[in-house]
Design a binder for this molecule. Structure first.
Ligand SMILES: Nc1ncnc2c1ncn2[C@@H]1O[C@H](COP(=O)(O)OP(=O)(O)O)[C@@H](O)[C@H]1O
Ligand SMILES: [Mg+2]
Length: 266
């Protein structure tokens, strides 16, 4: 699939071929300007390819009549939660989506309760969104999509504007959505520590997929990632340095927990 903004401009996506399976968690990493957001916006038809096609459960995003159904299946979470919050309270905000799809009042109630519980926002139901922390706002934005019961969630750098505690709770929420509800997740991120939790990592460089594999494959010291000027997850970097000093450690060591266990066994 190829995409260019405007007819005579350069290809921003330059021959992307990818398949994402139901229930899969895919992380997309890559330098700024490499096309991550452009790619993400193709998954629910916010953008349609200039050449080639994108299909969601067999539906082509170029067919306008398929777009409402595609959006019922693929939710989108933007970088800045402020752009996505509309209600005057947490509860109203979550109800906004289901209310606008002609759902019955009982179903709205059920969807809102479900989303508030999953996102851990029940205690904050009556709070105005602008009184929430950055992390809570992003959890609310995600809850708004969860209430729509889309099977797939695309998140474009959802943790780039929030602090470490907020990032942890958002990542906790994503892992719950995957483990308990088998949601398909596509997470665009520049935090490598988040990408290690994915089933598959795609690395975009200049509009194409330059490397792809499990986190263990992509973050191995022999991986193509190393020539691309991207930073590495902290534990990977640290374990590489310790290995260079002569310690016997697996390649790669992906998480702090893994590193601690390896060091304790030495
Ligand atoms: N609305 C737009 N119009 C024209 N060019 C754009 C637009 N949005 C992004 N681009 C260009 O497309 C390329 C990829 O951008 P983007 O998908 O936002 O990358 P990333 O999310 O990886 O930083 C960049 O060169 C960017 O300048
Ligand atoms: Mg982007």
């Amino acid at each position: 699939m190829v995409y260019r903004y405007g007819n005579n401009s350069n290809n921003v996506l330059n021959g992307i071929t990818a398949d994402i399976s139901r229930g899969e968690f895919v992380a997309v990493i890559g330098p700024n300007g490499s096309g991550k957001s452009t790619l993400a916006r193709h998954i629910n038809g916010l953008l349609v390819p200039s050449e080639g096609q994108v299909t969601v459960d067999g539906m082509d995003t170029r067919e306008p009549e398929s777009i409402p159904e595609i959006r019922r299946r693929v939710g989108f979470v933007f970088q800045n939660p402020d752009n996505q919050l509309v209600g005057t309270t947490v509860e109203e905000d979550i109800a906004f989506g289901p209310e606008n799809t002609g759902t019955s009042p009982e179903d709205i109630r059920e969807s809102v309760d479900f989303a508030m519980t999953v996102a851990g926002l029940r205690e904050l139901a009556g709070r105005p969104p602008h009184m929430l922390s950055g992390g809570q706002k992003q959890q609310l934005a995600i809850a708004g999509v969860v209430a729509m019961k889309t099977g797939c969630l695309v998140l474009d750098e959802p943790t780039s504007m929030i602090g470490p505690a907020g990032r942890r709770s958002v990542m906790g929420l994503l892992s719950r959505l995957k483990e308990e509800f088998n949601m398909t997740l596509v997470l665009i991120t520049h935090h490598m520590e988040e990408a290690v939790f994915a089933d598959r990592v795609m690395v975009t460089v200049e509009g194409h997929i330059a490397a792809e594999g499990t986190p263990r494959e992509v973050f191995r010291s022999t991986s193509a990632l190393y020539g691309m000027g991207l930073e590495l997850p902290g534990p990977v970097e640290l374990s590489n340095r310790l290995r260079a000093l002569g310690l016997t450690l697996p390649d790669p060591v992906l998480t702090v927990d893994e590193l601690v266990s390896c060091l304790c066994l030495l």
